[in-house]
Design a binder for this molecule. Structure first.
Ligand code: FA5
Length: 341
């Protein structure tokens, strides 16, 4: 019997020494001291041992079980240490490696320019008023002195929703809504999306305008010129000059188109300004007396100036962008150029 014990102990020792993982060791443990293990089988065989030898046999088997269990415990500790060290090694972080730079977003060029326009005019005391994108025929045309049969309606190919409701083709309705709700002095910017049935390299069906309106006593064309001179210097640079050309808008009288000296060649003539040295940036004028009256403002006491600029146009001039569609394609390579970090 002693021989059998020694054999089991010896085999266990050899097999435990060979194990390389805690999983393997647990399986092996079942083989020796588990429910159906070899040592447990010895205990079960006690009933066949003569009564007088049973006590010493039982002690021997228990001692064997304790010894084998201790061998397993020792090996288990050794393997656990080894496995933990291997895990540490595999998870080791080399703190000397360079870090991953997170991708930073940036403002869209249209927002950069819009913010700059806001900064320029808000610095001159303008407030911002936003009107609705879907508006009525009255606010988009009639209240701006463009009656239903007026030929000026052909100037803007408009998206109508019903005969009376439309996607606004300009931000000029913002003038009317402001004058209806506010007494002079008025000094507002009205920005937003506008829509026209236009689509080519310099015209988009959806684009952004900013309307400017000043109403007070004695407002004149000189104020308009002074205001826009100051604006273009902030927007482009100190050397930029403005030029007024006569134009026609039913809601302003007189009306002007405003040009600036080309920001690329400073007036000498280049491909951007098509050799003229000037680039058109906006439409403007002195608010037509009829528009003031229709909006409830006494045109004998007050006068106003108004201007409307396209944000895309200014952005294209400022950054030398030749096709308006690049502003809406969301090409990350293009947009990354405006990341100021
Ligand atoms: C107007 O829309 C007038 N409401 C502006 C105005 C306001 C005049 C107040 C007088 C007083 P115009 O149609 O010219 O004017 O448009 C103004 C600017 O919008 C243009 O100078 C141009 O920069 C821009 N624009 C016009 N159509 C498009 C388009 N389809 N895509 C991109 N920009 C456009």
């Amino acid at each position: 019997m002693q021989e059998k014990h020694n054999e089991i102990k010896q085999n266990a020792k050899i097999e435990i020494a060979k194990t390389e993982s805690t999983k393997e060791l647990n399986d092996l443990k079942a083989k020796y001291v588990g429910k159906n293990g070899e040592v447990t089988a010895l205990l079960r065989g006690m009933k066949d041992i003569p009564a007088e030898e049973r006590a010493s046999f039982g002690k021997m088997v228990n001692d064997l079980k304790v010894e084998i269990t201790e061998m397993f415990s020792a090996k288990e500790n050794e393997l656990k240490d080894k496995e933990m060290m291997a895990k540490f090694d595999s998870e080791a972080i080399d703190i000397t490696l360079p870090g991953k730079t997170p991708l930073a977003g940036s403002l869209h060029p249209l927002n950069i320019v819009k913010n700059k326009i806001f900064d320029a005019f808000c610095g001159m005391g303008f407030e911002v008023f936003e009107g609705p994108e879907i508006d009525t025929d009255y606010y988009c045309f009639q209240a701006l002195n463009i009656p239903k049969d007026h030929p000026a309606r052909d100037m803007q190919d408009t998206f109508y929703i019903t005969d009376n409701i439309l996607l606004r083709p300009h931000t000029s309705p913002g003038q009317v809504r402001t004058m209806e709700n506010k007494k002079p002095p008025i000094k507002i910017l009205s920005p937003g999306r506008v829509y026209r049935a236009d689509d080519d390299a310099s015209h988009s069906p959806m684009f952004h305008q900013i309307e400017g309106l000043v109403v007070d006593k004695g407002v004149s064309l000189c104020d308009l010129q002074g205001l826009l001179d100051e604006f273009v210097k902030i927007m482009f640079d100190e050397q930029t000059k403005t030029r007024f050309r006569p134009s026609y808008f039913p809601f302003t009288e007189p009306s002007v188109e405003v040009d600036v000296t080309c920001c690329k060649c400073h007036g000498k003539g280049c491909s951007l300004c098509k050799g003229t040295g000037w680039i058109e940036i906006l439409g403007a004028g002195i608010v037509n007396k009829k528009v003031l009256e229709m909006s409830g403002i006494d045109s004998n006491e007050y006068s106003g100036l108004a201007f409307g600029l396209g944000i895309e146009r200014i952005t294209m001039i400022k950054y030398g962008i030749s096709d308006i569609r690049t502003l809406f394609e969301n090409n990350v390579k293009f947009l990354k150029q405006f990341n100021r970090r």
